[in-house]
Design a binder for this molecule. Structure first.
Ligand SMILES: [Zn+2]
Length: 284
């Protein structure tokens, strides 16, 4: 089995602050609240800040942090539409700019939230990471974007995954060709960039709809997984030149997936898709 393999720099990792409860050493002060101490800032828009990650723990990569706002214990469900739209435009623009720089074979955009998400800092943030040498075709299976359509508007489709990457209530949000300006020329397959070709963003209206969908799929997952340790990831992908996104609730991961690569769907997947449709049409 071909894999992408990278080195984690342990000596840098040891210095990282951790504010999510349960991590050792003891909880640190939040580095993202101390705005006046931030260095290597790349861009800002109001309270949104993009900066170079101070802890470049992944060898052979370039890591950025995107601080979503100045409220430490908040998250996407709390944002006003105005802030939510501004944030998604900012995040997607910088991600695509890094893709179009041509310096990286693959650039990823993702978010961790909650103790099971793999994150170490509570303060809401996303990450953009460029990898000069990874193979994109080893990073995801496009078959896992299939699902039962729950909502569709402005070229943005939301589905309940029928081939989840790990298990259960994974939700896909996909920008179809209808989300992009007429005449857009799409790169096919996994490749993120080609000489003389730039990835472009969906229309503003479609990005706003995508942002609404992200916010409301998170509130949906919160409702069906009510727990103080509710956790999720957002994983953004470029496939066929278009944005694909997985909203993945996180739990202690199934040993059958970790040990044997067995993926799980659930017997009530159709019911969950129907409930998601109800939730989205009620809240958007
Ligand atoms: Zn903070």
């Amino acid at each position: 089995m071909n894999i992408n393999l990278l080195s984690f720099n342990v000596s840098i990792g040891k210095k990282k602050p951790r504010t999510i409860k349960g991590y050792k050493p003891a909880d640190s002060a939040c580095p993202f609240c101390a705005v006046d101490k931030l260095v290597d800032i790349i861009d800002t828009d109001g309270s949104i800040i993009l900066l170079k990650n101070k802890y470049q723990v992944i060898e052979n990569s370039y890591q950025l942090v995107l601080i979503e706002n100045d409220v430490c214990h908040s998250d996407i469900p709390d944002y006003t539409p105005e802030h939510l739209y501004k944030l998604m435009h900012f995040a997607l623009s910088h991600w695509v700019d890094m893709v179009n720089s041509g310096k990286y074979e693959v650039t990823i955009l993702f978010k961790n939230f909650g103790p099971f998400s793999g994150g170490t800092i509570t303060h809401p943030h996303m990450q953009i990471v460029g990898f000069p040498e990874l193979q994109p075709e080893l990073m995801f299976d496009p078959a896992e974007f299939a699902g039962i359509t729950a909502f569709s508007s402005d070229g943005i489709e939301v589905n309940m995954a029928t081939r989840p990457h790990v298990a259960f209530t994974e939700i896909n949000i996909i920008a179809t060709e209808a989300a992009y300006p007429a005449g857009t020329n799409f790169i096919k397959g996994y490749q993120q960039h080609q000489p003389g070709h730039k990835i472009i963003l969906p229309e503003t209206r479609s990005i706003n709809t995508m942002a609404d969908m992200i916010q409301q799929t998170i509130t949906f997952l919160q409702e069906i997984h009510p727990s103080p340790s509710f956790s999720y990831n957002l994983f953004f992908y470029l496939y066929d030149g278009r944005i694909h996104l997985k909203v993945m609730p996180r739990f202690p991961t199934s040993p059958l997936f970790i040990g044997y690569n067995i993926h799980f769907t659930s017997t009530n997947i159709q019911d969950l898709a129907t409930r998601l449709t109800t939730h989205l049409t009620t809240h958007i």
